[in-house]
Design a protein around this ligand. Sequence first.
Ligand code: GLN
Ligand code: ZN
Length: 765
Amino acid sequence: MTIIHNLGFPRIGVDRELKRAQEAYWAGHSDQAALREAGRALRARHWEIQARAGMAAVPVGDFAWYDQILEWTATLGAVPARFGQPDDEPVSLDTLFRMARGRAPSGTPAAACEMTKWFDTNYHYIVPELHPGQSYRIAREDLFEQVAEAQALGHRTKPVIPGPLSWLWLGKGDAYARGAADEAKLELLPALLTAYEQVLRRLARLGVEWVQIDEPILGLELPDAWRAAFAGIYGRLSAQGVRVLLATYFQGLEPSLDVLPDLPVHGLHIDLVRAPGQLEGVLARLRADQVLSLGLIDGRNVWRTDLDAAQALADRAREQIGERLWLAPSCSLLHVPIDLAREAGMDTELKGWLSFAVQKLEELRLLGALVAGAPGPDDLRAAAVQRAAARARRDSPRIHRGDVAGRLLEADSLSRERAPFARRIERQHARLGLPSYPTTTIGSFPQTPEIRALRRDWRGGSISDAAYDKAIREEIERVIRFQEEIGLDVLVHGEPERNDMVEYFGELLDGFAFTEHGWVQSYGSRCVKPPLIYGDVARLAPMTVAWSAYAQSLTDRPVKGMLTGPVTILQWSFVRDDQPRALTCRQIALALRDEVLDLEQAGVRVIQIDEPAFREGLPLRRTDWPAYLDWAVDCFRLSTSGVREDTQIHTHMCYSEFNDIIEAIARMDADVITIETSRSNMELLDAFEEFSYPNDIGPGVYDIHSPNVPREDWMVDLMRRAAQRLPAGRLWVNPDCGLKTRAWPETRAALQSMVRAAHTLRAAA
Ligand code: GLN
Ligand code: ZN
């Protein structure tokens, strides 16, 4: 038999039990015993699933009360001083929650730790805070207790912990330079290693044979000092009485192959879904006593495995290393939904193409049997079904639309150029008649319980289309009147018809499907249900024109049409894996281009195409950035460049670091960009010291995530700072994101204050 194992299982539960338990506990509706019991039950269920699927040992440590990196930070006792953690006491669950959320049922509230994206996934981790001289100790027992808990249930365990180098890389601290690469962080290693050694020895005493230590950074372009640190560290960690499987994923090891021959670990895991090309290089450097685990089942996406391709890679490795071959998913299954069997409403053909966590383990078992050369009759039958489904998917008319293929050919010759900005903006000014420092918002207005109920009732069929239509129109009218009353210059319709900005378009476009229970953890108790893009994308009919045209008909002021951009739609979906992402993105861009032109035709003079996920799409390695930015910018321009010179195109981006891609953002050539900056206190402005942004820009002047009403003088001050770096004539005044999570009273007060700030700026100009 081939050894099969799993790197991690989704922790939330198929009915989001963890979310419910967390939120009940935070709200004071349940106690810690109930929360702990919910966690215990989930772990037991998930271990059982994995053991039954034939995993040689079950992962322990992949469970987390909030986030696995936070769990580890707390286990190491690395609690920032503001949380008042005594050095000689265990870190409590409430302190862990205070680090994540700022508050918990017990303990003094304090500023939460920062949260950021986990590599190029949509999962977010809590950033460890580092400081010189930081000390580490074993400050939480959960990992050891959970090992014992699994053992008591009769499982062999393989604890999973973040590696010291990745943990440091992901951490930050005032004393360390921005960015992960600061070598000064490495001075923390000696103290950190001592704590790791203690952890490993405790695991050895519990009878653990293998521990999986995750070092996803090994696939990045590491500075020499970081790469050089691996050999020494793993020399020590491998000598603590447990065998060490060093796990890498999300990238190939090509930039770090030279590290391998000196890496004294007992085994290595590599991600062959993302980077099949690394196999030969790794095989050539593997030592004769090392295990190699191949990640062959995609832990990041929902499609069934191409068994033949996976088996070919496994066979190649087996030929060289024989029984030292292990098989696994590419990475933790944290990033995929749990169980396809729950999708009762989905058609069987589409279901046949998909695989969620439970099914992926079954695929892994099957692959193991095939690679071992010992498939039973059931295995052969399952493999035949899988191959037939793969063939059917390849040839399905549901996936390949001739009209889309034709449009893609034409797209090559469609212009992405508009007239020069100077000329466009002049004509737009003439048409729109806006004052200096024009005011606008980002699109959504408060989504009240009434609006949510309205959409729910309409979807559930309990109110008619006509009644729904009427209610949405009334809401649009209210929002338009409100904006006129407080004196905004460029209005929006408020997006009352949208729950989620990607789901809304996905449901109206061909090529998309939706799950009922396909939840994936985004952070803490927050889960998302990404759409599936399974086939060629095409617009079946106008998607937003009726609402936008209606909104525009109510007022003389310009109302912005509001679309979600191609990159963001791609980035927040599970994307088909049978063609390059760039191509799928281009199909979406073409559909949006048609929508843009229809909006323009309907008399909409300003159109905004939101790209909040533009930066998220960046590849992990800098060398891959230019290629991504080229196609991402091209798709945006394909969507937008068909319009007249005097139609104004806006885009919006938020909550990421833009400074290092500002030139690509400029190449998108939107007439106006509204961009988040207020949380970082206009850090964005630094980008304009070296780079002169050519078009109009609205640096968000207040943080919509806070219910506090921003002060007028504060906003004026921010805009004056912006005016030192950018020509005042090209500045807009706007909040930094949509207002849908806010309530009306604070929205009214905040926007009134913002409009006053704009008047002050104009008067002084
Ligand atoms: N137009 C969207 C809104 O206002 C933009 C949301 C976003 O940036 N995430 O809600
Ligand atoms: Zn935003």
